[in-house]
Ligand binder design. Structure first.
Ligand code: BES
Ligand code: MN
Ligand code: ZN
Length: 491
C-alpha cells in the first residue's frame, strides 16, 4: 500500500513536487512560489496547456529551469468552495495515477492553503485507493511498466485525525479487490475461507459451515448449486461486535460468493465467461467491509455472511427441472441452473437470520446481467422493503461515490416466480429479470426484518480506469457498507 506521511514544511531536496491551481487557474501559494523561482515557467505552462483547473486536471513540467525539482505537477482542484472529501479523494487519485509509473518513488504534495486537516487525509486515501494494483502474475514486466511510487508526503495540512480510519477502509478495499482479481483456480470456496482467517487477528469471530453442516441444516438450494463442482461449498460468517453489549441486534451483510459461474448445465456461452471469476464480488465486498469495520474498531454490531460455491456442469450437476428444498422449507423448481446466485443467497440469508437475529439485512450480489442493461456501470441496483433503510443506503453511497439506484419490488412482480410444481421457480420472464431475482430473495426475508438487496453485477469490475481504481476490480461496496454502518449503527 502506498505510504502516506504528513509534514509541516517541504523537506528539500524534493524530486517531484505537487502544487495546485483553482478553477480559474489561480495558483496556490506553493505554485506561486515555484512560478517565481522558475521565472514564470509555471504560468506559461498552465496557459499553453489550456489548463482550466478542473478537479484532477494536471499540467506536468519536467526539469523546469531555475528550480531543483525534476518534476512539477500543477493539479486542478475545481472551485475552492466545492472542495469536499470526495473532491480531495479524486485529486489524490489523479496524482497517484499520474505518478505511479513515472519513475518517481516519492513525491511531496504541498497542500498549504488548499486542503486543510482531514481533507488532506482524504487526498491520501484517494491516492492509496487509486494506486492499488494486481501484478502478482506478471513475470515479464519491463521496468517502465512497473509501478515505482511507494510514498507521498503531504505538506502543510495541519491537524489530521481521519488518517488511520481511512487507511483501515483502504485495507478493506484492497482485500476485496484482491479476492475479486484472483483467478478462479486460486480463489474457490475453501481458499476464500482460508484467505479470511487473518481477520481473526482484527478481532473478527469466524464461523465456518462445511458441506456436512449445511446438509444437516437442510440447505438444499445452496448445495444443489455446488453439487456439480469437485470443490465443496462453504459458508463463512464474520462477526464484529463493537458495542460492548450482547443485547444489540446486529446488521447482517450477506454476499453472493460464486467463485466461478459457468452457468452449470444451463451453460453460458464461451465469450467473456472468464469474467465469471468475479461472480463472488458481493462476498468480496462483505469480507472487505468486515475488514474495514474491524480494523477501524467500529462501535457497531455487524455480521458478514458469505455463501461460497462454484457453479459447474458435470455428471452430478443439478438439472433444469430439479426441485430442491431450501433451509426454510420452501421448495424451488430450478428452471435455469444459471440463476444460481439466488439459490445460494436464500439459504445463506435464512441461516443468517436464524443464527444472528438481525434487525437489518443487506445483501450484495452480482445477481443479474439485466441490472447492467438497466443501469450500466454507474449505479448498483437497490431493492428494498423499507424507505428509511433505502434512504440510509442511498446517503452512504452518495457520500463515498458508490452510488445506488432504487428499483421497484411488489406483488405484481412476485407472482411471476410462482412455480407450477413447487413453491417458487428460480427464474421469471426475461423482462424485469433483476426485479424477479430480488423477489426471489425477498421470499426468504423474515417478517419485520428490514432488507435491501444490492445487485452489483455492473459495478464490481471496470473495463476502464476510474477516479479511484484502475481497470479491473473496483472494490465497490466496501466503502458504501462501511459508511452505512458508521452513520447509522454506532450509537
Ligand atoms: N452471475 C450471473 C449474473 C452476471 C452476469 C453477473 C453478467 C455479472 C455479469 C448470474 O448468475 C446469472 O447468470 N444470471 C442470469 C439469470 C438468468 C438465467 C435468469 C443472467 O443474468 O443472465
Ligand atoms: Mn449464473
Ligand atoms: Zn452468477
Amino acid at each position: 500500500m502506498l505510504a502516506i506521511s504528513y509534514l509541516a514544511t517541504v523537506a528539500e531536496p524534493v524530486a517531484a513536487l505537487v502544487v495546485f491551481a483553482g478553477a480559474d487557474g489561480a495558483l496556490s501559494a506553493g505554485a506561486k512560489a515555484v512560478d517565481t523561482a522558475a521565472k514564470g515557467a509555471v504560468q506559461s505552462a498552465v496557459k499553453a496547456a489550456r489548463f482550466e483547473g478542473g478537479v484532477g486536471e494536471i499540467v506536468e513540467l519536467l526539469a523546469p529551469a531555475g528550480i531543483s525539482h525534476v518534476r512539477l505537477l500543477v493539479v486542478g482542484t475545481g472551485p475552492a468552495d466545492k472542495i469536499d472529501a470526495s473532491v480531495a479523494e479524486r485529486i489524490g487519485g489523479a496524482i497517484a495515477a499520474r505518478l505511479l509509473l513515472s519513475g518517481e518513488t516519492t513525491a511531496s504534495v504541498d497542500v498549504t492553503g488548499v486542503l486543510a486537516g482531514d481533507l488532506a487525509a482524504h487526498l491520501g486515501h484517494g491516492a492509496v485507493l487509486r494506486s492499488w494494483r494486481f501484478d502478482q502474475y506478471r513475470t515479464k514486466q519491463k521496468d517502465k511498466q512497473k509501478p515505482t511510487l511507494t510514498s507521498l508526503a503531504i505538506v502543510g495540512a495541519g491537524d489530521v485525525t481521519a488518517h488511520d480510519r481511512l487507511m483501515a477502509i483502504a485495507g478493506g478495499v484492497a482485500r476485496t479487490r484482491t479476492l475479486v482479481s484472483e483467478p478462479p483456480n486460486v480463489i474457490y470456496p475453501e481458499s476464500f475461507v482460508e484467505s479470511a482467517r487473518d481477520l481473526a487477528a482484527l478481532g473478527v469471530e469466524l464461523t465456518i459451515l462445511d458441506d456436512a453442516d449445511m446438509k444437516k441444516l437442510g440447505m438444499g438450494a445452496l448445495l444443489g448449486v455446488a453439487q456439480g463442482s469437485v470443490r465443496p461449498a462453504r459458508i463463512l460468517a464474520m462477526r464484529w461486535n463493537g458495542t460492548g453489549r450482547d443485547d444489540v441486534k446486529p446488521v447482517c451483510l450477506v454476499g453472493k460468493g460464486v467463485t466461478f459461474d459457468t452457468g452449470g448445465i444451463s451453460l453460458k456461452p464461451p465469450a467473456g465467461m472468464e469474467d465469471m471469476k468475479w461472480d463472488m464480488g458481493g462476498a468480496g465486498a462483505v469480507t472487505g467491509a468486515m475488514h474495514a469495520i474491524a480494523a477501524r474498531k467500529s462501535k457497531a454490531h455487524v455480521v458478514g455472511v458469505v455463501g461460497l460455491v462454484e457453479n459447474m456442469p458435470d455428471g452430478n450437476a443439478q438439472r433444469p427441472g430439479d426441485v430442491v428444498t431450501t433451509m426454510n422449507g420452501q421448495t424451488v423448481e430450478v428452471i435455469n441452473t444459471d440463476a444460481e446466485g439466488r439459490l445460494v443467497l436464500c439459504d445463506a440469508i435464512w441461516w443468517a437470520q436464524e443464527t444472528f437475529g438481525p434487525e437489518v439485512v443487506v445483501d450484495l450480489a452480482t445477481l443479474t446481467g439485466a441490472i447492467i442493461i438497466s443501469l450500466g456501470n454507474e449505479h448498483a441496483g437497490m431493492f428494498c422493503n423499507d424507505d428509511g433503510l433505502a434512504g440510509q443506503l442511498n446517503a452512504a453511497g452518495n457520500a463515498v461515490g458508490e452510488k445506488l439506484w432504487r428499483m421497484p419490488i411488489g406483488d405484481a412482480y412476485d407472482k411471476l416466480i410462482d412455480s407450477d410444481i413447487a413453491d417458487i421457480k428460480n427464474v421469471g420472464p426475461r423482462e424485469g429479470g433483476s426485479i424477479t431475482a430480488a423477489q426471489f430473495i425477498g421470499r426468504f426475508i423474515k417478517p419485520g426484518v428490514k432488507w435491501a438487496h444490492l445487485d452489483v453485477a455492473g459495478t464490481v469490475w471496470a473495463n476502464k480506469p476510474g477516479a479511484l481504481f484502475d481497470k479491473g476490480a473496483t472494490g465497490y461496496g466496501v466503502r458504501l457498507l462501511d459508511r452505512f454502518v458508521a452513520d447509522n449503527f454506532e450509537g
